[in-house]
Design a protein around this ligand. Structure first.
Ligand code: UT7
Length: 341
């Protein structure tokens, strides 16, 4: 019996296939050398502990996450020769929406000339893109929609404290978008999304939501920035990223030889290496962009796909794995649908 038939989670014969990908990073680069002038850190420490050499930062006045998401979606529509009117649904995974409401997905649609369709944001921190992909796939697999855009975008620089060396060296800004279409041959075969809310204390933004609305006091106490207990989050990230990859491999009867590419969330090169090690995957089958983009939260996975697109062939088997605040984690097993060259 083929692995696909044995998988109890795979019911549909129509799969949601990624038929295009596009990314966007803003032009301004924040190097480790520049950060070393801002806080007590060094290029050596950052590279050794995280693998990051530089990250891109969105600096234009009045520009939010939607600006980068719209750039990625415009590029996606152009390269896939898709008219805005053909899109049936747009989902944006983001932790740094332009506003509490309306959704960033709404804004991206408007900026790209996409009108009168369903659009909404997904909030699952760094796992958001895998969550949004999983949601989007359902609409394609059921036959309800034929062209769905999934965006992962974050302007992390908006919520980073550039006086805190423990967090400010990690994050960057960026966006990526994929087009999902029905396929009988390729696409998403299986996915996992999971969460554990007791992890909140270790990684969150203390103020700005309904529990602690913004006041002069919350601003003065610097409560609108990312609070991360790095070492604790690291331990969970290593375990959960590897667990989700192992679970997907086990229930789809995959060995390391069956995986062409691991597409991991880019939070720390050491976390990525330990996930690959547990999967017994060599480094040349692991997508890495952390050195040049840092942790762009929801954008890391689509930016990896965009960067490695030219190496991808139809039928290549990809395993996506992510971990983030919440805690949240997730993964997806899919076959690539087109020749990226
Ligand atoms: O994407 C969402 C999920 N997030 C993650 O997966 C991130 C997970 N965590 C990590 O990647 C790592 O924990 C960090 C990269 C954040 C930190 O690396 P670490 O090896 O866990 O370092 P640490 O926090 O245990 O700190 C070790 C030392 C400390 O000094 P002392 O107390 O030993 O004297 C820190 O103060 O390194 C110090 N340190 C720094 N030194 C120079 C922390 N940040 C810096 C820095 N430059 N930027």
């Amino acid at each position: 019996m083929s692995p696909a038939k044995k998988n109890p989670y795979r019911k549909s014969h129509i799969r949601a296939a990624i038929t295009g990908v596009c990314g966007y990073v803003p032009p301004d680069v924040l190097s480790n050398a520049k950060l070393a002038q801002m806080v007590d850190t060094s290029d050596e420490w950052i590279v050794a502990r995280t693998g990051i050499k530089e990250r891109h930062i969105l600096t234009g006045k009045g520009l939010g996450t939607s600006h980068m998401g719209a750039e990625a979606v415009r590029g996606l529509l152009a390269k896939t020769a898709t008219a805005p009117g053909e899109i049936d649904l747009l989902i944006c995974a983001t932790t740094t929406p332009d506003f509490v409401f309306p959704s960033t997905a709404n804004l991206i649609c408007d900026m790209c000339g996409i009108r009168n369709i369903g659009s909404f944001d997904v909030q699952a921190a760094c796992s958001g893109f895998v969550y949004a992909l999983t949601i989007a796939a359902q609409f394609v697999e059921t036959g309800k929609y034929r062209k769905v855009v999934v965006v992962g975008a974050d302007k992390m620089s908006a919520i980073i404290d550039y006086t805190d060396r423990k967090t400010c060296v990690l994050f960057g800004d960026g966006a990526g978008a994929v087009l999902l279409e029905p396929s009988r041959k390729y696409g998403i075969i299986d996915s996992v999304i999971s969460s554990d809310g007791s992890g909140m204390q270790h990684l969150h933004q203390k103020a700005g939501g309904s529990r602690l609305p913004p006041t002069a006091e919350t601003v003065a106490k610097r409560l609108h920035y990312v609070h991360q207990e790095g070492a604790t989050v690291y331990k969970f990230a290593v375990a959960r990223m590897a667990d989700v990859a192992a679970a997907l491999m086990k229930r789809n009867y995959l060995s390391s030889q069956d995986i062409d590419w691991l597409v991991p969330h880019q939070a720390n090169k050491r976390i990525i290496e330990s996930t690959a090690e547990r999967m017994k995957l060599p480094a040349d089958r692991v997508m890495i962009t952390i050195h040049k983009y840092g942790n762009t939260t929801n954008a890391t996975i689509p930016l990896c796909l965009w960067d490695y697109e030219s190496k991808l062939k139809p039928g290549d088997r990809l395993l996506l794995a992510a971990f983030g605040g919440g805690f949240t984690w997730g993964g997806a097993y899919l076959t690539w649908a087109y020749d990226g060259r």
